[in-house]
Design a protein around this ligand. Structure first.
Ligand code: SF4
Ligand code: SF4
Length: 80
């Protein structure tokens, strides 16, 4: 299980989450519309969820159904 970044990050992407992640597993380049969490490295601490200003971050099992596709979207980002 890991935390997942969903749609609300798009358009905000302020990187508050990056600053608090103890294992530096949140990434995203200049041209990416949102940030992504590497599911292999996330230790499920929840620190990122608490600081996100737009409630874009969810524990995998709590991800709203409408944003289910973001589970793969985060994972796939790290497969390249
Ligand atoms: S804190 Fe929230 S809005 Fe900001 S980059 Fe992280 S997920 Fe995106
Ligand atoms: S839950 Fe913790 S380890 Fe996982 S991305 Fe968020 S801050 Fe990083």
């Amino acid at each position: 299980m890991a935390y997942v970044i969903a749609e609300p990050c798009i358009g905000t992407k302020d990187k508050s989450c990056v600053d608090v992640c103890p294992v530096d597993c949140i990434h995203g380049g200049e041209n990416d519309e949102q940030m992504f969490i590497n599911p292999d490295d996330c230790i499920n601490c929840g620190a990122c969820e608490a600081v996100c200003p737009v409630t874009a971050i969810f524990e995998e099992s709590m991800l709203p159904a409408e944003w289910e596709s973001y589970l793969d979207k985060n994972r796939v980002y790290f497969e390249n």
